[in-house]
Design a protein around this ligand. Structure first.
Ligand SMILES: Nc1nc2c(ncn2[C@@H]2O[C@H](COP(=O)(O)OP(=O)(O)O)[C@@H](O)[C@H]2O)c(=O)[nH]1
Ligand SMILES: [Mg+2]
Length: 251
C-alpha cells in the first residue's frame, strides 16, 4: 500500500490542482536528491506555472525518504509517495496516477531537464501532441552516457520496433503528456520495472494518441542505481509478456 507525505497544505505552491505535475521515481538517491530538487524547484518556478513535484520513492535503504520529507516541508510543491519494494515502473505508474496536474512531466533525478519541459510544453500548448517523448537516439540528440548504455537504448528500442511495432527511437526517460487522454492508457499497462515506460508509449501509439518525439541532450551525474546487465532478464521477460498481451491479444 502506498503512503504519501507532503505539506498538508496542498501542492503546486498551495493550489490543489496545479497545472503541471512533475513525476520523478527515486531510489537510494541521498547523494544528489537535495541539490537536484532545490535546483529543479527554483528553475520550474521561473516557468510561471503552478506545479507539484512528485517524488515516487520505493524500497530505498538510504536517507532518500527522510530527505524527501524535509524537502516537502521546505517546498510546498514537493510531495513524497512511498511503496515498499524497489520497482522503477511501479513507482512511475503510481506517481502518474496520483498526479493532479493537467500536464504530467516525467523526469529522472539525475537528469532534471527543464529545457525538455519548455519545448514539450510548447508542443502540448500548440495542440501538436498529447504525448511528447524525449529521445536519446534520434537525429539532433546528444547522448553523452557511456557507449554500453547508448548501445542498450538502441538494442531495446530495436527489439520494441521488431516485436511490438513501436514507431520511434526511444521510450525510456523524459516524457510530457496531457493527463486526461493518457489515463486510460496508463491503467491498461500490465508490466512494471524498466518496461512500463515502453509499454506506455507503445500503447499510446496503438490507441491513436498524438505522439511526438523530440531530441534531448543528456549527461548523467552518476552511474545508474541498477547495473544494465542486471536489468536484462526482467526486460526480456516483460518484453515477451508484452508480445503476448499486446500482439497476441491474450488476457
Ligand atoms: N522508485 C524507484 N525509482 C527508481 C528505481 N530505480 C531507479 N529509479 C529512479 O529512476 C531514475 C532513473 O534511474 P537511473 O538509475 O538513473 O537509471 P537510467 O534510467 O538507466 O539512467 C532515477 O530518478 C532513479 O532514482 C526503483 O527501483 N524505484
Ligand atoms: Mg540515469
Amino acid at each position: 500500500m502506498a503512503t504519501e507525505a507532503g505539506t498538508g497544505q496542498g501542492a503546486g505552491g498551495g493550489v490543489d490542482t496545479p497545472e503541471l505535475s512533475i513525476v520523478i521515481p527515486v531510489y537510494n538517491e541521498e547523494t544528489i536528491l537535495e541539490q537536484a530538487v532545490t535546483t529543479l524547484v527554483e528553475r520550474v518556478r521561473v516557468l510561471g506555472r503552478s506545479f507539484e513535484l512528485v517524488l515516487a520513492a520505493n524500497g530505498c535503504r538510504d536517507r532518500t525518504v527522510p530527505l524527501g520529507h524535509s524537502l516537502a516541508a521546505r517546498f510546498p510543491e514537493v510531495r513524497v509517495l512511498e511503496c515498499p519494494t524497489p520497482n522503477y515502473g511501479a513507482a512511475l505508474k503510481l506517481g502518474m496516477l496520483q498526479a493532479r496536474g493537467d500536464i504530467v512531466l516525467c523526469d529522472e533525478i539525475d537528469l532534471c531537464d527543464v529545457d525538455f519541459y519548455r519545448r514539450a510544453l510548447d508542443l502540448l500548448d500548440e495542440g501538436r501532441a498529447d504525448l511528447v517523448v524525449g529521445s536519446k537516439a534520434m537525429a539532433g540528440s546528444n547522448d553523452r552516457r557511456p557507449a554500453l548504455r547508448r548501445a542498450g537504448t538502441r538494442v531495446i528500442n530495436g527489439m520494441l520496433r521488431a516485436s511490438l511495432g513501436f514507431r520511434g527511437t526511444d521510450t525510456h526517460g523524459l516524457k510530457a503528456f496531457r493527463r486526461a487522454p493518457l489515463l486510460p492508457v496508463i491503467h491498461a499497462c500490465v508490466v512494471d520495472k524498466d518496461l512500463f515506460a515502453s509499454e506506455l508509449v507503445i500503447r499510446a501509439q496503438r490507441a491513436g494518441v498524438a505522439c511526438l518525439e523530440i531530441p534531448v541532450s543528456l549527461e548523467e551525474q552518476r552511474k545508474p542505481s541498477i547495473h544494465l546487465v542486471r536489468r536484462v532478464p526482467n526486460v526480456l521477460r516483460n518484453m515477451a509478456r508484452l508480445v503476448w498481451v499486446i500482439r497476441l491479444g491474450a488476457p
